[in-house]
Design a protein around this ligand. Structure first.
Ligand code: PGA
Length: 262
């Protein structure tokens, strides 16, 4: 399976012009790279514009095939839910992936495991690929509770989701220790590897070994072009969720090139 490199732009940049410029630089900068799946997750409002720009750039010039993801979605298909965006709408405009359960949404938007579970169900039903984020706080880690937290988050997020549904989808889980996000203090690779193996073990308990091997496990938290490859090579992750460094075109292009060349 190709390593999955996901750019989580979060609430950035603040203008469409900057979003287009960043996207074009990345698309051109990695045009010959085929052995890595790159997913750009911009704010919702930029998605249709960038998806259109990507299609026309690929017709005209040598531009990389980039997939698109959203940073969130709602748990209902349609209806009276002011301000929400549904998986069907995302699917319709060409989005392939949806990040769910990011710690910033859990913290600032009070997103619960139950909400995340409802979102995953609809995302899978809509045939979009979920990227479920899980991770512990610094306090939980210091108390030696990391695995307990990860297990609880996984079990609640996957509640009542059948093996056959998971089997027919492309499902990714991002291990994102909250203390490592945006802090410049990335998780040690051996610790990330332990947690990656633990996540796989839980998935095997829930769905069996075959599915646990199929699920793609990513690492996220202070990834940069210097440490990126070590998470693939040493920590044996199948991809990365990149926040801050994905807003810097040179850094992000370097990350992809290192993974592709590694
Ligand atoms: P960071 O963010 O790379 O800026 O630490 C990662 C994330 O929140 O997904």
């Amino acid at each position: 399976m190709k390593p999955l490199i996901v750019a989580n732009w979060k609430c950035n940049p603040t203008t469409l012009k900057e979003a287009k410029a960043l996207f074009n630089s990345v698309g051109k900068g990695i045009k010959n790279i085929k052995n890595v799946e790159v997913v750009i997750c911009p704010p919702f409002v930029y998605l249709p514009v960038l998806i259109g720009a990507s299609a026309s750039a690929r017709r005209k010039e040598n531009f990389s095939r980039l997939a698109f993801g959203s940073q969130n979605c709602f748990w209902e298909e349609k209806g009276a839910f002011t301000g929400e965006i549904s998986p069907r709408m995302l699917k319709d405009i060409g989005v392939k992936y949806v990040i769910l359960g990011h710690s910033e949404r859990r913290i600032y938007l009070s997103e619960t495991d139950q909400m995340i579970n409802k979102k995953i169900k609809l995302v899978l039903k809509t045939k979009l690929n979920p990227i479920l984020c899980i991770g512990e706080t610094k306090e939980e880690r210091n108390q030696g509770r990391t695995q307990e937290v990860l297990k609880n988050q996984l079990i609640s997020a996957l509640l009542n989701i059948s093996k056959s549904i998971i089997q027919s989808s492309k499902f990714s889980i991002a291990y994102e220790p909250i203390w490592a996000i945006g802090t410049g203090k990335a998780c040690e690779t051996n610790e990330a590897q332990t947690m990656g193996l633990f996540i796989r073990k839980i998935i095997a308990q829930l769905y069996g070994g075959f599915i646990s091997k199929k699920v793609q496990i990513l690492y996220g938290g202070s990834i940069n072009s210097k440490n990126a490859l070590s998470y693939i090579k040493e920590a044996r992750m199948q991809g990365l969720l990149v926040g801050g460094a994905s807003l810097n075109k040179q850094e992000f292009i370097q990350i992809i090139k290192k993974i592709a060349g590694g």
